[in-house]
Design a protein around this ligand. Sequence first.
Ligand code: NAD
Length: 341
Amino acid sequence: MRTYRIAVLPGDGIGPEVVDITVKVLEALQKRAGTYKIDLVWGEAGANAIAKYGTNVPPQTIEMLKTTAACLKGPMTTPEEPGAPPSAALTIRKLFNLYANVRPCLSLPNVPSLKPNIDLTIVRENTEGLYSNIEFEVSEGVGVAMRVISRKASTRVARFAFKLADRRRKHLSYVHKANILRRTDGIFNQAVLDVSKEFPGVAVESIHIDNMAMQLMKRPESFDVIVTTNLFGDIISDEAAQLVGGLGIAAGANMGENYAMFEPVHGSAPKYAGQDKVNPIATMFAGKMLLEYIGEKGSARELQSATFEVLKEGRALTYDLGGKAKSSEMCEAILDKIRRT
Ligand code: NAD
């Protein structure tokens, strides 16, 4: 039997609830398939770990992560006071060099969406750009932040995006502001164009970031894979998530050469913690991406179709989708579909 050792970090606020539900669903899928086994290894991370360990990603969690093939991460509260540790997601991304942030946006049945046929994926460079964390106050009241763009990181993320486009509808849009940021986005764009030669079957489209913000509203259904630098990607991936129904259903993957971390896009929503109220689909879809990553594509498809059926029926919807169901009721409805498949 194929066996996968997977780390689970439940996180803070609503994290433990939505992660528990996702684990139940993964276990049901594994049972249905009967051909593989997921060994879950639970770890502590997030704001809840700070009082106990003095940090949000304790060393024993890091050691544990190193023994696993991938990680399912719940949302975590990021403390904002001066001197607090950086976001746990950022620490894990850096530790494992998870250079590509992948955010699929798909129109779902019965979920308000700007257009009914949106199916795009944003690939955001995850390691540099304006998030390089190099900032100075050069003189009183004047700050400077460095936007680091390297050919190496741009080539790596471009190749990742082209491979994805090649497996999908063979269309790649690269997003930049090279008319203003000539050197940095000049390097990014050249890397994309160089890599494009390896993928002659993939059509390439160049779009300025400001135009992209508009085109996503105007013709979201025309996009397939979108690749861009860190800050632009951060902004348009939230915009794109809203096009198809918002935070309750949006999942993301952080991909590296040898490791990957899957998480809902939303945060720890502390005001809803422990209420069995929030939408668990975002974390379930993170679980679906994890299944695809480890190669269990059949189970990933089953999870998607069970979720689609429950959405179509419209009986077990959480508040954000206009329903009254609890998270656990939505989970039960999805589990029921999986068991009956
Ligand atoms: P948030 O995403 O936690 O919540 C904002 C609002 O979105 C909630 O009040 C709720 O109305 C809605 N929402 C979120 N998740 C939902 C779900 N599953 N179902 C239905 N509605 C949902 O954003 P925030 O309040 O800005 O941040 C709270 C904390 O989470 C902060 O500490 C922030 O730093 C952290 N955060 C963590 C991550 C992460 O771990 N990847 C991501 C974003 C924010």
